[in-house]
Design a protein around this ligand. Structure first.
Ligand code: C5P
Length: 237
């Protein structure tokens, strides 16, 4: 059975193998998965992946692929060989590319779509030539891209905890939602994340996984912080 800690994905937002290894050793058994992004993967390559696996945790390889379909297909094949649980691809403009990502995964890795980066503003959308309808309401763009991802056979998407309900209602409970921007109630408003929800709210809304970085990393006792979050999830799930 799935336990509360399995909801938690800890992002290894560090740039050295040593630092990453320390977090993996500290938090293995207290979180379900580790997220490896571009910064760390460029520094360490697959070595960090092997290390995480040896410590018994799953891996979310967040490389956000975006290229011509043939390249994405081959890159995703390589990722599938790494034996990670999830990998990301941008669902910006081409359903064919998304289909290639799914084909490349060969069912061996869950492909997750990135709809609209949280760093992108209405102004950015406008400057890059989008229709006014998406400039005034970016959630329409999120939904349009999520639809494209779903139609291409992608396993799920990365989205805010506030969007989970809408995504599940439109695309079904099997469509996986991974949500960053999680803050325990007492940590609200302390950093740059704007559209935040608590771990309990996110799970209540139907989130399958929560990416939680700073509330764990910056705590005096990261293990205790992860445990406390698990307890909160347990009371909901
Ligand atoms: O420290 P914090 O909990 O804000 O970390 C959230 C993690 O999720 C970071 O690795 C960040 O890059 C990532 N992320 C995000 N918002 C997205 C997608 C990914 O914060 N829309």
């Amino acid at each position: 059975m799935r336990s509360a800690k399995d909801y938690i994905i800890f992002p290894l937002d560090v740039s050295s193998l040593n630092e990453a290894k320390q977090y993996v050793q500290l938090l293995s058994g207290h979180v379900g998965m580790f997220k490896v992004g571009l910064e760390l993967f460029i520094r360490t390559g697959p070595e960090i992946i092997t290390f995480i696996k040896d410590n018994g945790a799953d891996i979310f390889l967040d490389l956000k692929l975006h290229d011509i379909p043939a390249t994405v297909l081959r890159a995703m094949r390589g990722i599938a060989d790494l034996n990670v649980k999830f990998a990301t691809v941008h669902c910006g403009e081409s359903e064919t590319m998304l289909r290639s990502a799914v084909e490349g995964s060969g069912g061996r890795v869950g492909v997750l779509g990135v709809t609209v980066l949280t760093s992108v503003s209405g102004d950015d959308i406008k400057h890059s030539g989008f229709n006014e309808v998406y400039v005034s309401d970016m959630s329409r763009l999120v939904m349009k891209r999520a639809r494209m991802a779903k139609d291409a056979g992608v396993a799920g998407i990365v989205c805010s905890g506030l969007e989970v309900k809408m995504i599940k209602e439109n695309f079904g409970s099997e469509f996986i939602t991974v949500t960053p921007g999680i803050r325990p109630a007492e940590g609200m408003g302390k950093d740059d994340q704007q559209r935040v929800v608590t771990p309990g709210q996110a799970v209540k809304n139907g989130a399958d996984y929560l990416v939680i970085g700073r509330p764990i990393r910056d705590a005096k006792d990261p293990k205790a912080a992860a445990r406390k979050i698990s307890e909160e999830i347990e009371n909901i799930a």
